[in-house]
Ligand binder design. Structure first.
Ligand code: UDP
Ligand code: MG
Length: 311
């Protein structure tokens, strides 16, 4: 088999209704580039007919390959597994639900060929609910602030990576990660281009509110220790204030004499700080949890079988 120039990487989790329309739009586009290519699907433990459909692709579409996971390990692990098996000079990630138009791929390739090593995309006229768009705004702003990186849209998975960025990502052994942010740390010359965005074709989003919060925590704690530092800083400021407050009360004691009013104000203040303390413990716990996951050194994902990779 020829060394592929393009590797398209697609994570698949319960997408049976989208796969055929996807390959029918994707295949002509990739073929049209005239370069040798491979399309790697990772079946992330789908419980519908996705795997069956994907295995048919391996027969019907030369260059289609499938990695079958032993269970559901999440979108980013599915992409990482495909990264490890990919051999293309340019690696492109995209979603299976047709929210990322395959027709944009040649533009991404052209951008990498211009010398950029990571090409991100900014979704134009985003077709998601207001809630999802707001959540993304928060993620983008906090991630940029905390990590010192600059990207307009972390959420869009239609992205292109140069081989050496992928090789560096493959050297990381993190168990919870977020690939666009990870890639950004290895990029020396990133670019971003606007792409169109569509509504999810069929099926439902795999990200619930809870999973979005998890993702945000992964982004925050996975790429910086700023939350810990902010917390420590806040602790210092609070102690200074309470010291001043104590002094004030002491002075007042001599002027006004003993008094018990304002107990409830005190309660309010107390509860506020208890809340802060619990939050702080939570943040510390988040880091401890990550350390725990890393030191266990469990395999990040388990591949049951691969199709189409044999020469
Ligand atoms: N996905 C996956 N494993 C998961 C969740 C999602 O492989 O546990 C895949 C899913 O099939 C899709 C992509 O990741 O190709 C993005 O998921 P989704 O469209 O549900 O996310 P959203 O667009 O709502 O952010
Ligand atoms: Mg989607």
């Amino acid at each position: 088999m020829e060394q592929p120039y393009l590797s398209i990487v697609i994570p698949v989790y319960n997408e049976e209704s989208n796969l055929v329309p996807l390959i029918e739009r994707l295949y002509p586009v990739v073929k049209g580039t005239g370069k040798p290519f491979e399309i790697i699907f990772t079946n992330d433990g789908s419980r519908d007919r996705s795997l069956e459909i994907l295995r048919r692709f391996v027969q019907d579409y030369p260059g289609a390959k499938v990695i079958e996971f032993n269970g559901n390990f999440g979108q980013h692990m599915a992409i990482l597994a495909a990264f490890e098996m990919s051999r293309g000079e340019i690696v492109i990630t995209m979603d299976a639900d047709l929210q990322n138009p395959p027709e944009e791929i040649p533009r991404l390739v052209a951008e990498i060929e211009k010398g950029y090593d990571v090409v991100g995309t900014i979704r134009q006229k985003r077709q998601d609910t207001l809630f999802r768009r707001l959540a993304s705004r928060v993620v983008n702003i906090t991630t940029n602030k905390m990590t010192g990186m600059h990207m307009n849209d972390y959420g869009c998975m239609l992205r292109a990576y140069h081989r050496y960025v992928v090789d560096n990502i493959n050297r990381c052994r993190e168990t919870t990660t977020f690939i666009p942010a990870l890639a950004q740390t290895f990029a020396s010359n990133p670019a971003e281009i606007p792409v169109s965005h569509a509504e999810r074709a069929l099926g439902e989003s795999k990200y619930s509110f809870y999973r979005l919060i998890r993702l945000n925590f992964d982004l925050m704690t996975g790429f910086s220790v700023v939350p810990l530092q902010l917390f420590a800083l806040f602790g210092i400021i609070t102690s200074l204030f309470s010291l001043a407050f104590a002094l004030f009360l002491l002075v007042r004691r001599f002027i006004v004499g003993a008094e018990v009013e304002g107990v409830f104000t005190l309660f309010a203040i107390l509860f506020f700080f208890i809340g802060i303390i619990i939050l702080g413990i939570g943040i510390v716990g988040e880091y401890v949890g990550r350390i725990y996951q890393e030191v266990r050194k469990r395999p990040r994902f388990v591949v049951r079988k691969t199709y189409g990779f044999e020469e």
